[in-house]
Write a protein that binds this ligand. Structure first.
Ligand SMILES: Nc1nc2c(ncn2[C@@H]2O[C@H](COP(=O)(O)OP(=O)(O)OP(=O)(O)O)[C@@H](O)[C@H]2O)c(=O)[nH]1
Ligand SMILES: [Mg+2]
Length: 194
């Protein structure tokens, strides 16, 4: 590994959002280099009872990967901890000039309000201006309990008018690429259709 955090990349994208939403998964999906992970076994940091489908690990520092865009820009991809008590790791990343992807559980109505809480938590309008929202777990779209995108758009508008809102599966490299290009404002497809 030749990479030293932040020193060799031209741009940075930071993934933030709740526990288990898929931030580490997304870093692993897109990274061209082996990911430097700060995951630990969840029981060792006592995050409470584990639901059946949850994975056994959680991020406690910064997960670090790198990705080179189609036009050759080297991007540092940073996964932050979802747990609130590890806020210092998150704020150290948000304080940089990084573009930010706020990931949310797209299959839960509570996520509409949760995204607003996270935006308030991570900063002010200078941060929101470089933040986009990406929703996971939207594959079961016919589910009636699923919040619709209009609900999210209405709630996000006061933070940043026309804040980009995407659906993406963090396990799918191409979908994470689309999210990262949008966060970097390099997504020409999205711009043309806007
Ligand atoms: N079915 C489905 N599973 C998903 C989706 N997104 C994420 N997952 C799964 O959810 C889990 C997410 O785990 P992590 O990537 O460790 O989550 P994290 O956001 O890094 O969590 P913390 O580091 O604890 O904050 C993984 O097992 C993913 O496979 C999705 O869109 N659909
Ligand atoms: Mg993680």
């Amino acid at each position: 590994m030749h990479s030293v955090l932040g020193s060799t990349t031209q741009r940075q994208v930071a993934f933030v959002g709740p526990l288990g939403v898929g931030k580490t998964t997304a870093v692993r999906a897109i990274s061209d280099v082996p990911v430097v992970s700060t995951e630990v076994i969840r029981s060792s940091v006592a995050v409470g009872p584990k639901r059946a489908a949850e994975k056994p690990t959680t991020t406690v520092g910064i997960d670090y990967g790198e990705w080179v865009t189609p036009d050759g820009t080297r991007v540092g991809v940073l996964g932050t901890p979802g747990q609130l008590r590890f806020a210092s790791a998150r704020s150290s990343v948000v304080a940089r000039r990084a573009s930010i992807v706020l990931w949310g559980f797209g299959d839960r109505p509570e996520t509409v309000e949760e995204m607003a809480e996270w935006l308030t938590r991570i900063g002010d309008e200078t941060v929101w201006a470089r933040t986009i929202v990406a929703l996971t777990r939207r594959e079961a779209r016919e589910d009636e309990a699923m919040p619709n995108l209009g609900d999210f758009r209405a709630r996000l508008a006061p933070f940043r008018p026309d804040m980009p809102l995407l659906e993406a599966d963090p396990r799918d490299r191409d979908q994470v690429v689309r999210v990262v290009l949008t966060a970097l404002d390099l997504n020409d497809d999205a711009k043309e259709s806007a």
